[in-house]
Design a protein around this ligand. Structure first.
Ligand SMILES: Nc1nc2c(ncn2[C@@H]2O[C@H](COP(=O)(O)OP(=O)(O)O)[C@@H](O)[C@H]2O)c(=O)[nH]1
Ligand SMILES: [Mg+2]
Length: 301
């Protein structure tokens, strides 16, 4: 079995390169000075960690440096890891503690990995003994619901779909009826992601959400926003926009097996009250993992 740690470690290469080259540029145990910390600050910003987190982290490191608690690159590394871990573990990230049928609405810009994530999540929930159903809420292109059907067939999971161009709210309506009738535990709802700068997608998503809430009190129980780990700071813009429109309860950060700058995790954490719940580390069905702060920080160094 492929190690999660290895995929993550390979994937977070850009962030690790920035931070570790700085930390590793000195022989371990060698004395550091104030300019070392300034350069580390630049390296963190270049890693998409974000201004706020960088400032917070550097304040702690500089104070400790002044108090002579930190004097070597090795000690800085240890403290930095601890700080980043504390930041990431401050938010609880429990996924779906809700009643059945629980509805998970999956939103995000085209190409971020929504449909793939649904396929992986469906497989994962099914492996946990849950009865799963999928709703093909991306009716914009026929290929979108075909893609979801392929994922469904792979795991023997039913897919509720309408024709191309149909109203996604109508698909969702039918899916809730079917999920209730068949005593489904989790209904995963795929959505379109085109033209995220135009308000019609947001209006469409709001309508889907309204219909869900009307047909099933408490639904959607989770609204997952899928972000491409390679996108960097623009992910923050996307997150704010979707959060404003539909209220996101968790983030899925995909493609961390590529050359991603995973530092965006810290920027998201500081700017939005949304925990990262899952990470995607490949295109295969088993390549979705729960987000583990310790593992993530370890992979960065
Ligand atoms: N390497 C990698 N590719 C991914 C991951 N998640 C999704 N993809 C790929 O990203 C592309 C777009 O995914 P898709 O699910 O169709 O995105 P959607 O438009 O948001 O539904 C596809 O080629 C997926 O195989 C991931 O975690 N790692
Ligand atoms: Mg899709």
């Amino acid at each position: 079995m492929r190690s999660v740690f290895r995929s993550l470690t390979e994937g977070l290469s850009k962030t690790r390169k920035n931070i570790s080259e700085k930390l590793g540029s000195l022989v371990l145990g060698e004395k550091i000075d104030e300019s070392f910390l300034d350069e580390l600050e630049e390296a963190l910003i270049a890693s998409d960690v974000g201004m706020e987190t960088t400032t917070l982290v550097l304040k702690d490191l500089k104070e400790r440096f002044k108090r002579k608690e930190l004097s070597t690159a090795d000690q800085v590394r240890t403290r930095l890891k601890e700080l980043l871990f504390e930041i990431l573990s401050a938010r609880s990230a429990e996924f779906l503690a809700a009643a059945a049928p629980a509805v998970v609405l999956v939103v995000g810009v085209n190409g971020t990995g929504k449909t793939t994530t649904i396929g992986k999540l469906a497989y994962r929930l099914q492996a946990q003994g849950k009865k799963v159903m999928l709703a093909a809420g991306d009716t914009f292109r026929a290929a979108a619901s075909e893609q979801l059907t392929v994922w469904g067939e792979r795991a023997g999971i039913p897919v509720i779909k309408h024709q191309e161009g149909a109203d996604p709210a109508a698909v969702v309506f039918d899916a809730v009826v079917a999920a209730r009738a068949r005593a489904v535990d989790v209904l995963l709802v795929d959505t379109a992601g085109r033209l995220h700068t135009k308000s019609n997608l947001m209006e469409e998503l709001k309508k889907v959400k309204r219909v869900l809430a009307r047909e099933l009190p408490g639904a959607p129980h989770e609204t997952l926003l899928v972000l491409d780990g390679n996108t960097g700071q623009n992910s923050l813009v996307q997150a704010k926009m979707f959060h404003e429109a539909v209220g996101v309860t968790g983030i899925v950060l995909t493609k961390l097996d590529g050359t991603s700058k995973g530092g965006i995790v810290f920027a998201i954490d500081k700017e939005l009250p949304i925990p990262v719940k899952f990470i995607g580390i490949g295109e295969a069905i088993e390549d979705l993992r729960e987000f583990q702060p310790r593992e993530f920080v370890d992979a960065l160094f």
